[in-house]
Ligand binder design. Structure first.
Ligand SMILES: [Zn+2]
Length: 444
């Protein structure tokens, strides 16, 4: 994820164009594949680029699974492996005495196909498939609240809080200290004074981390503060963040980089800032239209000229698994880092709304689980796959889930059926390294 360089200190100029302009343009440039709907805030893509994104998500999920299985083995196979290892792969148990099966559905209006009857991990942090779905929904909710607030005459402050880089630090304690700093920042008399000065009614916060080989992990927070128009006490905000971060055990954040604030006073400014914000929140979503071969480009960005890695997102660790320029040792290291990241953010909300804010904007309080689950309402059932057919999707070290969904989307029930029939039968002898992987046996 790119660093929030676009963030200015203090009020922004009325430049309006911003990232939104790019997406607005893309609706008239079909080759780009992204269609931005300014009314709903949805980013849609044409069939081809959606298919490419789907392939990428499943490819990345396979690597997330590998990372978490390796971690599970390192931990001596205690308990269960992370649920992303089973996501849309293991079949859900049916009723007593019933054999599990999978189904394929297609939404009537979007034409997107999806599985039913499988486990779903709903992990916004670990799962590239689920997180895309969750980010899409969260983006829509945030956009709705920001639009409503600006329409009421409020202003939004887009605030990024960072701490100085600290090499060699394990991520989990750093995340804990960062959350402590956020607590100190908001709490106490100082926090209240800032809130009062801004006449703030609440905030939405998204936490994330990047990683670079020079400085290791770098957690930070992107927030939207819902405030009334007036003077922004920027110096107080900066000083309070510096004090809070220091009290939580970090080095004192820099005067210029610790806090970045962008003020959106008009719907135009809000739209631009929001597009930028949502890119950070749901990168996978907004780059939906990027074809799979964009992966190399992405990695190239993360490599500096000296061949180092900087500002990688956790999903970049997974992308790097497909990059022949990244050595096998480095790839193994990235898989470990991915597992470390997943563990460090366990139990942390990826998007947090301060108390009462959702209700204020009539945003339904839906869990990630509810969000990740596809609704079968207004969807047609295209096929039912029995266990043997389902397992054939994974036969011989393959993973045909994305292909199957794309074929179902484009060709419907008949095409789907002939694709499944064309898959090689299961091998009688399962190679020993795969036999150890429980997912080959759904229902176990
Ligand atoms: Zn998942």
């Amino acid at each position: 994820m790119s660093s929030p360089q676009g963030f200015a200190r203090g009020p922004v100029a009325r430049s309006g164009a911003g990232v939104l302009g790019i997406y607005a343009e893309s609706s008239s440039a079909p080759s780009d594949g992204l269609v931005f709907d300014p009314d709903t805030g949805e980013v849609k893509s044409d069939g081809w680029s959606y298919a490419a994104a789907l392939v990428e998500r499943y490819a990345l999920q396979a690597q997330a699974r590998k990372s978490m299985l390796e971690q599970w083995y390192r931990d001596g196979k205690q308990g269960k492996a992370h649920r992303v290892t089973r996501c849309r792969r293991w079949l859900r148990p049916r009723g007593k005495g019933q054999v599990p099966y999978a189904e394929v559905y297609r939404h009537v209006d979007t034409g997107r196909a999806f599985f039913s009857g499988t486990e779903i991990c709903a992990s916004a942090w670990a799962c590239p498939v689920c997180s895309a779905k969750i980010a899409e929904r969260r983006a829509e909710e945030i956009r709705r609240a920001v639009d409503a607030w600006i329409a009421e005459g409020g202003i939004c402050l887009f605030v990024t809080l960072t701490v100085p880089h600290e090499l060699v630090d394990a991520l989990a304690p750093m995340v804990q200290r960062f959350r402590r700093a956020l607590q100190l920042f908001r709490g106490g008399r100082g926090g209240k004074a800032i809130n009062d000065a801004l006449a703030s009614i609440g905030l939405v916060r998204a936490m994330e981390t990047t990683w670079g080989d020079e400085h290791g992990f770098h957690p930070h927070s992107h927030e939207i503060w819902f405030c009334r128009p007036g003077r922004v006490p920027l110096d107080d905000i900066i000083a309070r963040w510096q004090d809070s971060a220091q009290a939580a055990g970090f080095q004192r954040p820099h005067d210029l980089y610790g806090v970045r604030v962008k003020v959106a006073e008009s719907s135009e400014q809000a739209a631009a800032a929001l597009a930028d914000y949502l890119t950070k929140l749901g990168k996978e979503l907004l780059e939906d239209g990027r074809p799979l071969w964009g992966v190399a480009e992405e990695i190239a960005k993360a490599h500096s000229k000296r061949g180092r890695f900087r500002s990688m997102t956790p999903f970049d660790f997974l992308r790097a698994q497909y990059d022949p320029q990244v050595s096998p040792d480095q790839r193994a290291r990235f898989r470990e880092l991915f597992a470390e990241y997943v563990a460090a953010f366990k139990g942390v909300a990826q998007v947090y709304w301060s108390r009462g804010l959702k209700a204020r904007f009539e945003v339904e309080d839906r869990t990630d689980e509810e969000t990740a689950e596809e609704s079968r309402e207004s969807a047609d059932r295209l096929a039912r796959l029995d266990i043997e057919e389902w397992e054939r999707l994974f036969a011989r070290r393959s993973d045909h889930r994305a292909s199957l969904l794309i074929i179902a989307q484009n060709g419907g029930a008949d095409a789907l059926r002939s694709f499944v029939d064309s898959l090689p039968p299961l091998l009688l002898v399962i190679p020993h390294d795969q036999a150890a992987i429980p997912s080959l046996h759904p229902g176990q």
